[in-house]
Each structure stands twice: as structure tokens, then as C-alpha cells.
Design a protein around this ligand. Structure first.
Ligand code: NAP
Length: 234
């Protein structure tokens, strides 16, 4: 088997858990993040644990030219992308009326435009192959206007909009599109929290959900997945 998972932000949290789940099934991996040491450590761990090939690429996906260089690197690594997960995202809490100047632009660039440009980078090959699956990691903040969610909510509402439109567009091309809306998941994003671990979902559960969704027959598409901690939102 020579299958490829492309995922942004694979060095931590949900992204890393998804990589481990697909690597366990023998998928080769291509991922990017900004921190080079974390990327090197990930490569060593995945190769040693699963024996698959992994392309790591240092890129800041809030920058268009770095997205392009990641797409080019992936295409040099493999001529076929089976799964694309638009995962990397940032959450800076704040209120629309108070947050710092530039917060909106930063979160729209990172959480929305990156997914748009990466999708456009890979989708033509998926259409030509009449195969492929795109997961967009949205959030409960894509459907709930959280106080202190500010520009994060704006970017995640928009990402869900993009994902829904893409799903409609891809029906006739046999490319599956799934929007994933997790609630609070224990990752680096929550570093410093004093809430108990049990109050959060595990990144491994999000990863298992993506794998289960992906492995269904290609006659079925799970369009949206909403996941929350057992005790509800935080
Ligand atoms: P995380 O643990 O903070 O990890 C984020 C990953 O993305 C890291 O690998 C990070 O590496 C990378 N990244 C961040 N900004 C980047 C950039 N500009 N360019 C390239 N890579 C970047 O995050 P997470 O909690 O797993 O979240 C993953 C996704 O799930 C995000 O879209 C988030 O909004 C969404 N989500 C999370 C939760 C939650 O409670 N955790 C809930 C709902 C939705 P570097 O820092 O080295 O770049």
C-alpha cells in the first residue's frame, strides 16, 4: 500500500493523534508546522513506531508563500494525496470589541485562508482521480457564538461555510468532504488550565472518529461530526 495523509499542524494535539492513527494503518504522512525541533522529533517517533515514510516541512500556514512551498514539497514526495486534513489553527481569546488590532487578520489567515489555499492545491488531483477525502477541522465555535471567542468564532464559522460549499461542489467528483466540530479537547491549546483532565475529550478520540469516517465505503459520506466532552462545553 502506498497511501498518503496530508495534514497541517501535525506536531501536537489533534494533528499528532490523527497522524498516529493513520500511520498505524500504514499510511505515509506529510505534515507542516512552524517549530523545526518538534517536526524532527515527530519524524523520528513516527518512523520508529510505525515504519512509514513521513515528510516534514517547516511552514507558517498563515503565509501564502509558505503554503505554496508545502504543497510543492508534498507533490515532490508523492504523486497522490488520499486524505487532506486542514487541521492547524490558532485560538487567541478575545472579544470583538476589545481584542488587539490584527487578531482577525491573523486568525482568518491561519484558520481559514490556509484551508482554502491548501484545498485548492490538492483538489484538482483528487478530482482527476475521482477519489480522496478532505477533513476540515472546524470547532463548536463554528456554530456557537462564544463570549470571548471573538475572531476565532468568526474564522471557524467561515471555515464551516467553506467546508459545506466544498461538500456540495465535490459530490459530482466523488471526493468526500467532512466538517469536524470538536469541543474542548486536551491539547497544547489548553496549556495552563486548572480544569481536570477528565473534563476534556482526548485527541485520540477525535483521531479515531476521523479514521472511522474515512474507512466507510465510498458510497457514504459523513458530512458533519459534532463532538463534545461528556459533561458538555467548558
Ligand atoms: P495545538 O495542540 O495547539 O497544535 C496546533 C498544531 O498546529 C501544532 O502542530 C502547531 O505547530 C501547528 N500550527 C499552529 N499554527 C500554525 C501555523 N501558523 N502554521 C503551521 N502550523 C501551525 O492545537 P489543537 O488543539 O490540536 O487544535 C487543532 C485544530 O483543532 C485547530 O484548528 C483548532 O482550532 C481545532 N480545535 C481545537 C479544540 C481544542 O479544544 N483543542 C477544539 C475545537 C477545535 P507550531 O506551533 O510549531 O506551528
Amino acid at each position: 500500500m502506498d497511501k498518503l495523509l496530508v495534514i497541517t499542524g501535525g506536531t501536537k494535539g489533534i494533528g499528532k493523534a490523527v497522524i498516529e492513527r493513520f500511520a498505524k494503518e500504514g499510511y505515509n504522512i506529510a505534515t507542516c508546522a512552524r517549530n523545526e525541533q518538534d517536526l524532527d522529533a515527530l519524524k523520528m517517533q513516527i518512523e520508529a513506531s510505525f515504519g512509514v515514510s513521513i515528510l516534514i516541512h517547516k511552514a507558517d500556514i498563515s503565509k501564502r508563500e509558505e503554503i505554496n512551498s508545502f504543497i510543492a514539497a508534498v507533490k515532490g514526495f508523492s504523486d497522490k494525496t488520499d486524505v487532506l486534513v486542514n487541521n492547524a489553527g490558532v485560538f487567541i481569546p478575545g472579544a470583538i470589541h476589545e481584542e488587539e488590532e490584527g487578531a482577525l487578520e491573523m486568525m482568518i489567515n491561519t484558520n481559514l485562508y490556509s484551508a482554502y489555499h491548501l484545498t485548492r492545491g490538492f483538489i484538482h488531483d483528487m478530482k482527476a482521480a475521482r477519489a480522496g477525502h478532505i477533513f476540515n477541522i472546524c470547532s463548536t465555535a463554528s456554530i456557537i457564538p462564544y463570549i470571548n471567542g471573538g475572531s476565532y468564532c468568526i474564522s471557524k464559522f467561515a471555515l464551516l461555510g467553506m467546508s459545506k460549499v466544498l461538500r456540495e461542489e465535490m459530490k459530482e467528483h466523488n471526493v468526500r468532504v467532512t466538517s469536524v466540530l470538536p469541543g474542548a479537547t486536551l491539547t497544547a491549546s489548553w496549556e495552563g488550565t486548572d480544569l481536570p483532565e477528565e473534563r476534556f475529550m482526548k485527541p485520540e478520540d477525535i483521531a479515531e472518529t476521523l479514521w472511522s469516517t474515512y474507512r466507510l465505503s465510498d458510497r457514504t459520506v459523513i458530512e458533519e461530526i459534532l463532538l463534545r466532552p461528556q459533561e458538555g462545553d467548558i
